[in-house]
Design a protein around this ligand. Structure first.
Ligand SMILES: Nc1ncnc2c1ncn2[C@@H]1O[C@H](COP(=O)(O)OP(=O)(O)OP(=O)(O)O)[C@@H](O)[C@H]1O
Ligand SMILES: [Mg+2]
Length: 334
């Protein structure tokens, strides 16, 4: 955790990323599917902020909205997305293209789908220098090799002239990361960047991302469904479920005292230490459909503590300093 982030979240400057009241809907044959619902989320300078939740909870749609890359059929119905205080919504596509890469870059889950199979890796990592900085290709390739060295790709000079299929999964993820940090953007959005990798490679990539944060002072929105990864990586965490933020707070506080039964269930389902050998406990039931959301608490159908108040959705209630949860049963700790 960065010293700057720890305990000093509210700062005089605006957050690097400020999402306020964001709602995203798809028009479907069965009616409007509200896949992101009134989401408010901040990433402060040099923080790694986790966005966690089961499959289908709206994490990727939130990330794509930040990059201005939502599918054409999605509509932002309310809310705002600000980058260092300036709104990104409604900007012309040409301006968004400039912002992507220079200001915000994304590290996707599947590097193979993002790398161009017919272009040498060095050319792909070097392209941003040509497109955004007006560099000639010789300079761009020198920069690309430097970036490949930054992400600890062995023999970067030789590797730069190879094609993506000649790289292992971990090396492809390193190449993607080199592309993302090419222009030193202040914000990285990483959508499950290590899910496709085996545990050893995953640990190496996570270490690399922390190093990038520390050395380049990059802020990150880090999407994962793995709480163990959150514990290792993040300063702050937002727990998302069926389009809603159900809990948020500093990582230490959420792990020490999860306030929402959903977060408690996620934590029980996360193997840690010795328990890693034990069988994964899964949460019974499934996430509600975005076209048929419950009237009250989103988690009501799966919650073991359900009671009559749950037909009305609570606001985010204060558990303690730097920690809120959307549950009527939240116990407040001074
Ligand atoms: N093009 C689309 N049209 C309609 N609904 C969509 C479309 N794309 C995604 N959705 C729906 O939006 C919801 C949120 O999807 P999203 O991809 O953001 O989930 P996620 O949290 O990233 O899940 P995962 O962990 O599986 O990546 C899901 O219910 C999904 O079915
Ligand atoms: Mg996703």
């Amino acid at each position: 955790m960065s010293a700057e982030a720890r305990g000093h979240r509210r700062q005089d400057r605006p957050p690097v990323l400020g999402i306020a009241g964001l709602t995203i809907e798809f028009a479907t044959r069965r009616g409007a599917a509200r896949v992101v619902d009134d989401v408010t989320l901040d990433v402060w300078p040099q923080e790694i902020v986790g966005l966690i939740g089961e499959s289908g909870s709206g994490k990727t749609m939130t990330a794509l909205a930040v990059l201005g890359l939502l599918p054409r059929t999605a509509r932002i119905t309310t809310g705002d997305i600000r980058l260092s205080g300036a709104s990104l919504l409604g900007l012309p596509e040409a301006q968004l293209r400039t912002i992507r890469g220079r200001q915000i870059a994304m590290i996707p889950q599947n590097p193979m789908s993002a790398l161009n199979p017919v272009l040498r890796v060095g050319a792909q990592v070097g392209e941003p220098y040509v497109l955004h900085r007006g560099a000639d290709w010789k300079t761009a390739l020198t920069q690309a090799v430097r970036r490949l060295a930054d992400v600890h790709l062995p023999l970067p000079d030789e590797r730069a002239s190879e094609y993506p299929h000649q790289f292992s999964g971990g090396m492809q993820q390193r190449a993607m990361t080199a592309m993302a940090i090419a222009l030193d953007p202040p914000l990285l959005v990483a959508d499950e960047p290590t899910t496709a990798l085996d545990v050893t490679i995953q640990a190496q990539i996570l270490r690399l991302l922390r190093e990038i944060r520390d050395e380049h002072h990059t802020s990150m929105l880090f999407i994962t469904h793995d709480l163990a990864v959150v514990a290792e990586m993040c300063d702050w965490v937002y727990v998302m479920y069926a389009g809603r933020i159900l809990e948020q707070g500093s990582v230490e506080r959420i792990f020490a005292r999860p306030g929402h039964p959903y977060t408690q269930a996620l934590l029980r389902a996360t193997p840690t230490g010795e328990a890693a050998q034990a069988e994964l406990i899964s949460i019974p039931g499934s996430i509600p459909s975005p076209v048929d959301l419950p009237r009250g608490c989103r988690f009501v159908d799966r919650c073991p503590y359900r009671f009559k108040h749950c037909d009305e959705e609570p606001p985010l209630l204060t558990v303690e300093a730097d920690h809120t949860a959307r549950c009527w049963l939240v116990e407040t700790h001074g």
